[in-house]
Design a binder for this molecule. Structure first.
Ligand code: SAH
Ligand code: SF4
Ligand code: F3S
Length: 506
């Protein structure tokens, strides 16, 4: 089914080169349109279903999806794997034997994008060898105009480009790609609806991801996500609770509630006052050992949420609270909408209410105009908070964002040197935090064998520390007690407590 009727006249004019060369172009993206936030209500669709012909399209064929970026993308891949399975496809981990290859991409920094362009280059010989192979680009990069233009102009090995709001249309897009053999582009710049009953094939059966909301309205000046993921839309609490209950019934030990800015959960509900604190309170009643959430924005982190998290139970003692910078002026330029003082006040409240909480963060160095003194404020904040761990990044200008118009005047060498100093400080703190665990007993959700040594099992504590220990494989998927004997910067090592081993073996 061709939907050329969906292409607004304006877009046809702006992009008439696409339309004439690529007959199957449904709709290319526009960053300007992505920025418009309509007041119209988001529709919740519950009647996703496949027509009979689409259910057989993949019989005897295999799909391969490579995922880049955050948990949101990882989880989208699980949904697409579910859709492929409904279409009759089987999964493969070998690109050589795939009939469809999808790159589920991330646009957060330039190096993330370069990896994808590199991979597309590597796939070209395979496409020449197997002309029936379908190659698709989806995820956040496909929401960017410049990326779509570049692919249309220089990567003719690509058969389909579809956006983050079009995942549920994968079957129709695949069918169109088989029929037309022209490049199919379907990217809605403005967000779609919430589609509730999409199939999923989850990775493993121990930990599960559950979306609680989509999109982001924060528009931090450096960030592309509000453009690639659209406006904030919250799923209804009853749908989330049902999904978590379903995972619990199926033996899952841990869920992670996902959103780009989970603290804004529920703010878009027009019929009720309901926030993340209320949702977490419901999560406590579900019989599943651990509930996590990510990512928090400090601005909307309210007292009610802290109060609920302090009740403990299955709500874990770990909060990821991205600070981005330690200097209030830079925070203002970033449009984070809090000052260093506000952030520290919030950290103080959290530490008081949940004394054992592990705090982690995200930090950007080398934002335009960052001076040495301002950078040192990031260092001093890090020391004050005493983070358990942090993800640190060199600022990368993203086309279409307000910061990209600021002069990026910190030399790369300086950015690299600051990143190194920051990481050295963070690593020292992580090590000392981990050393404090020596000689204590921790509860570990056993997730599998260690990558380095199959005789060693690995898992996480509720505070999200990685723990390695020797033990029998049948413990995978259970929570055990481990006596910590050694600490490194990133991991703890210990011995399985006899008591737990005995109970399980007996
Ligand atoms: N929604 C999350 C972040 C998602 S992106 C939040 O608000 O915390 C993950 C991290 O990537 C961000 O926290 C930020 O530290 C980093 N990041 C985002 N845009 C970036 C850019 N243009 N350059 C460098 N790092 C960036
Ligand atoms: Fe990006 Fe800011 Fe939204 Fe996080 S809150 S996704 S950093 S715009
Ligand atoms: Fe990347 Fe998109 Fe996630 S830009 S970090 S994959 S929301």
């Amino acid at each position: 089914m061709k939907e050329s009727g969906d292409v607004p006249v304006k877009d046809m004019k702006d992009h008439k080169d696409y339309a004439s060369y690529f007959q199957s172009t449904y709709q290319p993206p526009s960053l300007k349109d992505a920025k418009k936030r309509g007041k119209e209500a988001v529709k919740i669709l519950k009647d996703y279903d496949l027509e009979e012909d689409l259910k057989r399209i993949g019989v005897g064929k295999k799909f391969y999806i490579r995922t880049y970026g955050c948990q949101m993308n990882e989880h989208d891949t699980e949904v697409m794997a579910g859709i492929f399975t409904e279409m009759g496809y089987e999964p493969t981990t070998d690109v050589q034997e795939a009939n469809v290859i999808l790159l589920n991409t991330c646009a957060i920094r330039e190096n993330a994008e370069n990896k994808v362009f590199g991979e597309l280059g590597h796939l070209k010989p395979l496409k020449l060898e197997k002309p029936d192979l379908l190659i698709g680009v989806c995820g956040c990069m496909s929401q960017e105009e410049s990326v779509v233009t570049k692919i249309l102009q220089t990567y003719d090995q690509v058969d389909m480009i579809f956006g983050t709001h079009n995942i549920h249309r994968l079957p129709q897009i695949i069918k169109e790609a088989y029929l037309s053999k022209e490049m199919v582009v379907e990217v809605w710049s403005k967000e779609g609806d919430i589609v509730e009953n999409l199939p999923r094939v989850r990775k493993g059966n121990i930990q599960g991801w559950v979306n609680i909301m989509y999109g982001c309205d924060k528009f931090c000046t450096y960030c592309i996500v509000p453009y690639t993921r659209g406006k904030e839309r919250s799923r209804r609490p009853e749908d989330i609770i049902e999904e978590v209950r379903h995972l619990a019934r199926n033996g899952y030990q841990e869920v992670t509630l996902l959103g780009q800015n989970v603290n804004a959960y529920g703010k878009d509900f027009e019929d009720m006052e309901y926030g993340l604190g209320d949702l977490m309170d419901e999560m406590r009643k579900i019989d599943i050992p651990r509930v996590r959430f990510t990512t928090s924005h400090p601005r909307d982190f309210d007292d009610h949420l802290i109060e609920v998290l302090a009740k403990g139970g299955n709500l874990v003692e770990h909060i990821h609270l991205p600070v981005q910078h330690g200097n209030s002026e830079i925070l203002k330029l970033m449009a984070r909408k809090y000052t260093r003082e506000h952030y520290m006040e919030l950290v103080g409240k959290i530490k008081q209410a949940i004394p054992h909480a592990a705090l982690t963060t995200d930090i950007i160095v080398g934002f335009p105009n960052e001076t040495e003194e301002q950078f040192e404020e990031t260092l001093s904040l890090v020391k004050e908070v005493q983070y358990d761990a942090a993800y640190t990044f060199i600022y990368s200008p993203r086309e279409g964002t307000p910061a990209a118009k600021m002069i990026d005047n910190v030399p790369l060498e300086v950015k690299k040197e600051r990143l190194q100093r920051l990481n050295a400080t963070l690593n020292e703190i992580s090590l000392s935090k981990n050393e404090a665990y020596i000689d204590s007993v921790v509860e570990v959700l056993v997730e599998g064998e260690s990558k380095k040594n199959p005789d060693v099992l690995t898992g996480h504590t509720s505070s999200n520390k990685v723990v390695n220990f020797r033990g029998p494989k049948h413990l995978i998927g259970t929570i055990v007690k481990v006596h910590v004997t050694d600490a490194k910067t990133w991991t703890l090592r210990g011995n399985l407590l006899e008591e737990t081993a005995g109970v399980i073996e007996g």
